[in-house]
Write a protein that binds this ligand. Sequence first.
Ligand code: MTE
Ligand code: MOS
Length: 768
Amino acid sequence: MTSSALKGGVHRAWRHESAEKHVTGRAVYIDDMPSVPGTQEVWLATSPHPHARIRSIDCAAARAVPGVSAVVTAADIPGVNDVAPIFSGEPILADGVAEYAGHPVAAVAASDRDTARRAAALVAVDYELFEPVLTIEEAMERESYVAAPQVMKRGDAAAAIAAAPHRISGEAGCGGQDHFYLEGQVALAVPQEDSDMTVYSSTQHPTEVQHGVAHTLGVPANAVTVEVRRMGGAFGGKESQATIVAAIAAVLARATGLPVKLRLARDDDMIVTGKRHDFLFRYEVGFDEQGRIAGLDILFAARAGNVADLSTSVMGRALCHADNCYDIPNAHFRGYCCKTNTVSNTAFRGFGGPQGMVVIELAIEHIARTLGMDVEAVRRANYYGDAPRNVTPYGQVVDDNVIGEVVDGISGKADYEARRREVAAFNESSPVIKKGIAMVPIKFGISFNVKSLNQAGALVHVYTDGSVHLNHGGTEMGQGLYVKIAQVVSEAFQIDLDRIRVSPASTDKVPNTSATAASSGSDLNGMAALDAANRIKERMTGVAAEHFGVEPGEIRFADNRIYAGNRSLTFDELAKMSWAERVSLSATGFYRTPDIHWDGETMQGRPFFYYAYGACIAEVAIDTLTGENRVLRADILEDCGTSLNPAIDLGQIEGGFVQGMGWVTTEELWWDAGGRLRTHGPSTYKIPGSRDVPPAFNVHILEDSPNPHPTIFRSKAVGEPPLMLALSVWLAIRDAVSALADHRRFVRLDPPATPERVLAAVEEVRAP
Ligand code: MTE
Ligand code: MOS
């Protein structure tokens, strides 16, 4: 395939295309763009109440502040005040009613941010207070949902549970998570001729921002261009919610006729925009003496917040991952997206998958404790296997199962059995500090559950000097998508990577794109870019064949040259020659994922093109007097198919795991009785720091494991799956607590396992 002389190509460890700029601070984010004179900055006036009717808004005092150029409310929006990604009725500025503490009510543009901030404080709103619904429990009681409940069924769970030799039930929950991207939500809207608008947005979804801006301005999509060079992290938080920020900036740009930048301060970013959904679970499971699950019934309730946003899709993915790696012959899963007077929750790495896996992993442990069995033996009794033990609760056949290989692989590499004995021996002689160790296997479905989203486009130009311009619908958020797609084009043309320039994602180059999400960025855009490159390559091949007087089949691209036998041309020479022959050196490419279908009503189908697998073994220590905990070691084996770029994938695995570790340990969102988020900055909301990274951290990529499904160069997606590996940390903490009662009791310890919760669990397990 690729010769080592080529400075490019796939399956090789090339650095992130902006690595040097990232570390030297020269990468340009929207707030770093040189300001055009006259650029206005924005501050939002937000509701302090979680639920209130807006009787009136008086903006006169705010408008009178010198330097203020515009103050807008819902009444000033020229088009439709709605940016809902799936449903409708999701305003950018509260219209008649404020539905959460932090709901934007008015937006102020001024010559600078401080002036805008001072003026925003003068916006006077007359509220009539309503009773808020704040928690999942309250919402469930009142049947307050943002959409109809979702139900997934396989077999007859109730009958199987009733007939099973053993039955247990339980309740648990898991917390939400703030994205805490380093670059907060930001957009710069620049008015153009006529009614056109160019928007620089930190968004994973340029097309949705384009639509949202067009709707709110009341102009057609072709009047709005959205450009994204890079994001300083997104993690799902900029999939739908970036649209709100961009649309408010655009409305103010229209009102003032000036460029307008809206950059949310960290506290506002955390208060005003949504997070990972926290969940409540109730489960009932029937099983036999061997721990084999016969039937499983789960109620999932998620805090959706004030509007639906992407909640039903997140819930869909939760239900589709409540099996994780286990065959559930009879399943009954119900999902409720609760409408609450809190900020609208949204996509977050894993997109409901992590929450779905929490409850099944808990059920597995619950079974083990009940039977007095080893947790791993219960896992083994339930893993997906050959038919008929290979059908998911949603009807998809698991036809690419490598769970056994991954679990055995990591158990061997991490010396799991011996270390479990060591941990037990340590605990014998350590009364205060207890260790715990646990493994988690992961199976994560790749593709969007909505079939239409699984498509992508690309645009490739070859210039006459042999340099290549590459554009595709995907966005760069740090995950290394741009270098991966450049590698694909480099592989196709057999030219060095440094000849290929990836230009910012832009809605006028590649239209009608999907969000860069669901970990499918490289799968989708890689294929589209390959299609475009191959179209040009075919034309260039024709020119070369003519030139050498051979059949096109005899032409070969290698090492920046084009060969016919031992005669050759450089790539630049052939580019120039093609131009002279009046052959087009520009092409668009397109891709749609094959073999997928989904019925959202019955929740059955084949929603995923394939699965990505992985496993992690984590070892922790807890202090039984304070509840403090540390991850001592983590060993990971991740299935990346044949990795497009092992260096980038390694970074995704490490980063995803540590982010997941934060979710299950320190990151706790806390709302007060008045519905106000009180953890809205780094002083109160604790993401993992560099010293929280496990001192022993061994990451392996599964070798010789090409994707059996025809993905881009047989690779697999890697963006989200590693986050779920961190469930092993939570399970290891549970293991440490459970050691206090010789692993004979099952206690409640929901993620995040903060010191307080660990301490409470320690007390519970020690209670007589
Ligand atoms: N990695 C970095 N550095 N920054 C991010 O914002 N987002 C994650 C993941 N990895 C993210 C990241 C999420 S939520 C997704 S869906 C994927 O990247 C999206 O990119 P991909 O489809 O190209 O993997
Ligand atoms: Mo990722 S949560 O699909 O943006």
